[in-house]
Design a protein around this ligand. Structure first.
Ligand code: URA
Length: 433
């Protein structure tokens, strides 16, 4: 039924129902999303409804219908032409989270098709497209036909979502961002899952980050978000699994666009930091299992060069030169360890904000990012550091940015006397299926 004229329901009645703790009917949910997308519900009314949802929550049925209505606000992609099972991963966002870069090629090298529609970074977490755009020539925006060609040829594509993928979410997310309503679990879950369902993947693995650098700071709320998203995927016919993973400290040894591409290429070449390799392989096995593919181990694909072959094909198909040197920052500054001992803590959020202040991230959607800015880590929690030796190196093209980055890094780490054994959380904290 059409929502023309906004006459089927009254926005104020819907806001009052949710404000008073009631449940919205399927027809009310459909109308709210359709009418908002069509501009028939005003931003201030949708803000009030989003706040009522944040305060009073939604039932599983309401969240499922809300998600489905956002999927139906645009087109749902169809990958049946690629001739292989499709599988994808979504991360709720973290600091140094470059996992998509080695992961998509490793999974494709094992026989799945990986259609990954990604976003740009906002705030202290980086965006996959920003990272890949540091490769000279690489293009994020592809038409639906081009995406299909890249997946057919390389096995994986990582690119920007088209405008008609869940347009209701684009509008609603922008509104939530400026009305203090991002943090509602029903709204986060429906926002993420509407895009992944519309993307058309058959299987999905969710990497729900937990810790200071993540949206979800504690395990209980991360479990609730994971459960909600797994249920939404399952209701929509997508085989969905979630892992809760540690984001108390940055992933790997680099934070920043080109720095993270370099580290990802190390992983594709069979090296790279242990935590990045472990998470890549763990998520890859989950993606393959959800897609019903067995018999190939993604750890072998990283070792034998087959994942690297996919990476090179994928980058080349999107106009990038996998052999071109990556940009290097004009200026760098070393942060020295003040004492000798064991690094017990290096705060992900503060390192993420430092990288952002150095120019790696953006405050507004329209801002440009510096390809080469960011933070290099010389130690991870649990390792020995020598007093006076570099702990971090900061990179930027604009040296006037160092002071503000150093400000947030003050108190970002703890060094305990040598011999201390910090109690570090495991990389994979929980699994929700
Ligand atoms: N990422 C999304 O896509 N949506 C949210 O609401 C939060 C994070």
């Amino acid at each position: 039924m059409s929502s023309s004229g906004g006459s089927r329901f009254d926005a104020v009645d819907i806001i009052r129902a949710k404000r008073d703790g009631g449940e919205l009917s399927d027809a009310q949910v459909d109308w709210a999303i359709e009418a908002y997308t069509a501009g028939e519900i005003a931003d201030e009314q949708m803000s009030a409804l989003a706040m009522a949802i944040l305060l009073n929550g939604m039932s599983r049925r309401e969240i499922s219908r809300w998600t489905d209505a956002m999927v139906r606000s645009g087109t749902r992609m169809d990958w049946s032409g690629v001739g292989r099972p499709t599988t994808d991963k979504h991360s709720t966002g973290g600091v140094g989270d470059k996992i998509t870069l080695p992961l998509a090629p490793a999974v494709a090298a094992c026989g799945a098709a990986v259609p990954q529609l990604s976003g740009r970074g906002l705030g202290h977490t980086g965006g996959t497209l920003d990272k890949l755009e540091s490769i000279p020539g690489w293009r994020a925006s592809l038409s639906a036909d081009e995406m299909l060609d890249v997946v057919r040829g390389a096995g994986a594509v990582v690119c920007a979502a088209t405008e008609d993928l869940a347009p209701a979410d684009k509008k609603l997310y922008a509104l939530r961002d400026v009305t203090g309503t991002v943090e509602a679990i029903p709204l986060i879950a429906s926002s993420i899952m509407s895009k992944k369902i519309a993307e058309g993947t058959g299987a999905l693995v969710l990497d729900v980050k937990v810790g200071s650098g993540a949206f979800m700071k504690d395990v209980t709320s991360a479990q609730e978000l994971a459960r909600t998203m797994v249920d939404l995927g399952t209701d929509a016919g997508v085989r969905t699994v979630a892992l809760l993973t540690n984001m108390a400290t940055p992933l790997g040894l680099t934070v920043g666009n080109a720095l993270e591409v370099r580290e990802s290429v190390d992983v594709l070449a069979g090296g790279g930091p242990e935590d990045v390799v472990e998470l890549t392989v763990t998520l890859a096995r989950e993606m393959l299992s959800a897609a019903g593919i067995d018999g190939k181990d993604p750890a072998d694909a990283l070792r034998d060069g087959s994942a690297m072959d996919v990476w090179r094909a994928m980058v080349t198909a999107q106009g990038g030169d996998p052999d071109a040197p990556l940009p290097k920052a004009r200026e760098s500054h070393a942060v020295l360890a003040p004492v000798t001992g064991v690094l017990t803590d290096l705060d992900a959020y503060r390192v993420g904000v430092a990288a952002w202040r150095l120019g790696a991230g953006r405050a507004r959607k329209e801002d440009a990012v510096q390809a080469a800015a960011g933070v290099e880590l010389h130690a991870k929690p649990g390792s020995f550091v020598g007093g006076g030796e570099p702990l971090l190196t900061l990179h930027t093209d604009e040296p006037e940015r160092f002071d503000r980055a150093l400000e947030i890094l003050d108190g970002a780490y703890t060094i305990a006397p040598s011999g201390a054994r910090p109690d570090l959380p495991p990389l994979v904290i929980d699994r929700v299926a």
